[in-house]
Design a binder for this molecule. Structure first.
Ligand code: NAD
Length: 489
């Protein structure tokens, strides 16, 4: 099988050290061959990125010229969104309804950072010395290693590549080995947009021979990572080798809290989206429903009824609402956690058994954990379509339960009581709080968490500062000679 997918290093497309099979999760069959980067390819990609920082073709561009290249890339993404969406759907099983709308919106992230490029101003410092001037300049931090997981790769890379290029950095973007097709296709758009060779390199490969080599590389200045907490620990350890800056966007176990005064129909729909969109494979999945006891039975009944009508099908079909998981390993992990949670006292309300058809399908599943509040499904990120339900009696109890997690990425609160909404926002420990909504994202809005969910913020203006370093410049204005070398002035 010849493959249209290639690595992109130093402005050239190449086949890589070897090829590996990529499986379509809807069929369980190989659908394409992917190029594998190993040590040599990683080293050449970093060398190309380092050289690009010195070459005038990139280094001497004005900030507005960098912005123009990013605008062009955004237009090309918009034009190619249907093709990129189909690649993501075939390679990861994410349904076409979601990939097409998400990828069309990815263009807006590049447009936002195109606009940021020429707004990275330094500061004039009103310095405390009469015969000196001092000011700061923001410079690119250097070579950025951007590493993403398999879900939403174009989106998760846009929040790294966009600000990095706006700041004048160069990038080695590592696509996940589980579904790299959309990013390898994105490399063609980078090429078409006219970025100088080496400014953006796109590779894929496995943990040890690609990811670890990249993150330990002495010429990498910043590692922008999205993925699981265990991989993040490896990356932080690797950063002891090169002392690279590291930013981490990791998983979550986000609470979705419904008070009795909420608009219940909106809350039901939002809860379905919160946990079952992307087949539950979303870092911000609202995987813990905390519902006020007085409405629990009614709310859960409405939820189960809605969930049982979700259309499960082939991801390429526009009518499908729910597709397969990305990998067999992922399905096996979910099966195990659901089984152990039931043993620990969780009651199965719907789903709970792998679907008997080709591919890696697992149904939307709801477990009542009111008598098993410490069950595995309540405490751990499954990264799948499993919702744990826990009830609460008071606002204080809701806060306590919401914060009883090692993660801290997102939270949803449904209430019509404005004062309570503010109190909850303050009390909940998470990087994002959605009030009477869920999953809203925008290039303008910072995104990230704390604890096991990582640190750093992507999106929004401040994110670009992660990719800059500050240079302070001093100018002595006095005409008098410097007389005493042993006095600090
Ligand atoms: P993962 O951590 O296994 O892999 C992520 C990336 O890291 C892949 O490209 C992989 O090849 C690479 N990698 C693996 N080992 C490495 C190593 N030793 N050194 C360097 N790179 C290495 O994650 P996954 O299973 O692909 O994705 C699921 C996880 O990602 C979940 O925990 C999910 O919550 C998280 N996630 C977080 C966000 C967010 O924005 N916070 C978004 C999506 C997914």
């Amino acid at each position: 099988m010849t493959s249209p997918f290639q690595l992109y290093i130093n402005g050239q497309f190449e086949d890589g050290a070897a090829q590996f099979d990529s499986i379509n999760p809807a069929t369980g069959q190989v659908w394409a061959k992917m190029p594998e980067a190993r040590t040599d390819e990683v080293n050449r990609a970093v060398a190309a990125a380092s050289q690009a920082l010195k070459d005038s073709a990139w280094a001497d561009l004005t900030a507005s010229q960098r912005g123009k290249l990013l605008y062009k890339l955004a237009d090309l993404i918009e034009r190619s969104a249907p093709e990129l969406a189909l690649f993501e759907t075939q390679d990861t099983g994410k349904i076409i309804r979601e990939t097409s709308s998400q990828i069309a919106y990815v263009a807006e992230y590049y447009r936002y950072y195109a606009g940021v490029a020429d707004k990275l101003e330094g500061r004039y410092l009103p310095i405390d010395k009469p015969d000196m001037l001092a000011w700061t300049i923001r410079e690119p931090v250097g070579v950025v290693a951007a590493i993403v997981p398999w879900n939403s790769q174009l989106f998760l890379s846009a929040v790294k590549v966009g600000p990095a290029l706006a700041a004048g950095c160069s990038v080695v973007l590592k696509a996940s080995e589980e579904g790299p097709a959309p990013l390898l296709a994105f490399a063609r758009l980078v090429h078409e947009a006219g970025f100088p060779a080496g400014v953006v390199n796109v590779i894929t490969g496995f943990a040890a021979e690609c990811g670890a080599v990249l993150t330990c590389h002495p010429d990498v200045a910043h590692v922008a990572f999205t993925g699981g907490p265990e991989t993040a620990q490896h990356i932080v350890r690797n950063s002891a080798e090169n002392l690279a800056k590291v930013s981490l966007e990791l998983g979550g176990k986000s609470p979705f809290i419904v008070f009795a005064d909420a608009d219940l129909q909106s809350a039901v729909n939002a809860q379905v989206a919160a946990i079952f969109a992307a087949t539950g494979q979303s870092c911000v999945a609202g995987s813990r429903l905390l519902v006020e006891e007085s409405i629990k039975d009614e709310f859960v009944q409405r939820l189960v009824q809605r969930v049982q009508s979700i259309k499960i099908g082939l991801p390429e079909d526009m009518a499908t609402e729910f597709g397969p998981l990305c990998t067999l390993r992922q399905r096996q992990k979910i099966e195990q956690i659901v089984a152990s949670s039931i043993q620990q006292g969780a009651k199965l309300l719907t789903g709970g058994e792998s679907i008997d058809r080709a591919g890696y399908y697992y149904p939307p599943t709801i477990l009542d954990c009111s008598d098993a509040t410490q069950a595995d499904c309540v405490m751990n990120e499954l990264f799948g379509p499993v919702l744990s339900v826990v009830s609460f009696k008071t606002e204080l109890e809701a806060i306590h339960t919401a914060n009883n997690t090692a993660y801290g990425l997102a939270a949803g609160v449904f209430t019509t009581n404005l004062s309570r909404a503010h109190r909850m926002t303050k009390a909940i420990q998470s990087g994002i709080v959605w009030l009477n909504t869920y999953r809203a994202v925008s290039p303008l809005a910072p995104f990230g968490g704390h604890g096991l969910s990582g640190h750093g913020r992507e999106g929004g203006f401040e994110a670009v500062f992660d990719y800059t370093t500050t240079k302070t410049v001093w100018l002595r204005t006095s005409d008098q000679p410097i007389d005493d070398p042993f006095i600090m002035r």
